[in-house]
Ligand binder design. Structure first.
Ligand SMILES: *Cc1c(COP(=O)(O)O)cnc(C)c1O
Length: 421
């Protein structure tokens, strides 16, 4: 095996979750912001990167940078092997049936656009219906709206309950014989709600519809099994699971992917190209991977998943639940603070608004104290409007966050609120 992987995980047992040891893997966590130690709580936007992943870039570009799948020389063979090793790792990570069902994309957004433009454009017709949820990220709304404007199908929205859980009774009632697709996130980036996607998939299939699951926020926090969920499509992004930007994954059921037309055309995705007879396309997965991919990023994604699995994704999820509980209890003491999203099944996301204080001001001032949180609409404007707000503050947790950091954040928040009110 060339450079593909196999380094001992730095953090051994989930039972002894050692957050301090694990923090040593992240050089960025040692930096200061405005003279204060960084407290990074914007993990739902992007997670930080362990040195094992960072090192892939210098290793790749100093030792085996070459284009892949063209063979014929050693460097290309090594790059191809390392690139394909990630596909193999992702297959196991998602428990996909076959690694040809793993398509590399630029991220979740591109994966969803691929499904919309290839499957959607060829399968949806005027009068058809697509169900999406009120909780969706813009990247699982807008691709469907763009296509609906051309084709004339209808988008129906699954509503949420007051606590941010999906209204499953309403979901059941939205189906009819024209429902072709359900597109829903596994975990909401704005509220942290964990959706019952397995149950949702079963209902979709009973009605002859497919289900696409946006897993951008689920993959960093919980074990995902696409076969158990029975997802037709599943998407995630590298940069939210301790990997680099510029790479993500689309998983699809094989029969669907095989029947789907190519989306982007170019090199790598063809079998033969001719001006005289029809151009023919490559087999899966290459049919959907036109052009030179982000080779180093894909290899680094493999390393990120290795890191994640070394720590244990379930152990990480359990640790984040501890952080969430601690943070929720602490901010609940703050006068006039309202938490959005209190569903019983929730990942490590804490969204809130504070009476008499603009979220934007809180975000700017708390940054002065070294604390990075997200303020704004979190790419989920319809959801926030539903709750009657334009913006929230959002603290979101990752494996390397500590209880002390939560205390620092809450103290900083109290200080900032005192300044603006
Ligand atoms: C971040 C995110 C996306 C978009 O991911 P990109 O990496 O920006 O393509 C989609 N859905 C959810 C739930 C997200 O959190």
């Amino acid at each position: 095996m060339p450079h593909s992987v196999i380094e001992k995980p730095t953090v051994p047992a989930p039972a002894t979750f050692n957050v301090e040891a694990l923090r040593d893997d992240f050089p960025i966590l040692k930096r200061e912001v405005h003279g204060k130690p960084l407290v990074y709580l914007d993990n739902a936007a992007t997670s930080q990167t362990p040195r094992q992943v960072i090192d892939v870039f210098s290793d790749y570009y100093s030792r085996y940078n070459a284009n892949i799948h063209r063979g014929l020389h050693t460097l290309s063979d090594e790059a191809t092997a390392a690139f394909e090793a990630t596909r193999h790792r992702v297959k196991a990570f998602l428990n996909a049936e076959d690694e040809r069902q793993i398509i590399f994309t630029r991220g979740t957004t591109e994966a969803i656009n691929l499904v919309a433009q290839s499957w959607g454009r060829s399968q949806l017709a005027a009068g058809d219906e697509v169900l999406i949820s009120m909780l969706e990220h813009h990247s699982n709304i807008v691709p469907w709206q763009l296509l609906a404007a051309e084709i004339g199908f209808t988008i129906k929205v699954i509503p949420v309950e007051a606590n941010g859980a999906l209204d499953m009774t309403a979901y059941r009632s939205l189906f009819n014989e024209r429902t072709k697709l359900v597109a829903v996130n596994h975990v909401s980036n704005a509220l942290g709600t964990i959706n019952p996607v397995k149950e949702m998939a079963a209902l979709a299939h009973q009605h002859g519809a497919l289900i696409l699951v946006d897993g951008a926020q689920a993959t960093p926090h919980q074990k995902v099994d696409v076969q158990d969920i029975d997802a037709d499509f599943y998407a995630f992004s590298g940069h939210k699971i301790y990997g680099p930007t510029g790479v993500g994954v689309l998983y699809g059921k094989k029969a669907l992917l095989e029947a789907m037309p190519p989306w982007q055309g170019g090199g790598e995705m063809i079998k033969t190209v001719s001006f005289d007879v029809a151009t023919t396309f490559a087999e899966l997965p290459h049919k959907f991977e036109a052009g030179t991919p982000a080779i180093a990023e894909v290899i680094a994604l493999g390393r990120a998943i290795e890191w994640l699995e070394g720590v244990g994704v379930e152990a990480i999820g359990a640790w984040e639940a501890v952080l969430l509980k601690h943070a929720t209890a602490a901010v609940s003491q703050i006068d006039g603070l309202r938490i959005l999203g209190t569903a019983p099944q929730k990942a490590g996301v804490l969204s809130f608004v504070v009476e008499g204080a603009h979220s934007q001001d809180i975000g700017l001032l708390i940054d002065q104290l070294g604390v990075a949180i997200r303020t704004g609409h979190h790419c989920a404007q319809p959801l926030l409007h539903h709750f009657g707000v334009d913006a929230t503050c959002r603290a979101s947790f990752a494996a390397y966050n500590t209880l002390e950091e939560i205390d620092t954040f809450v103290a900083a928040l109290n200080r900032v609120i005192g300044m603006v009110r």
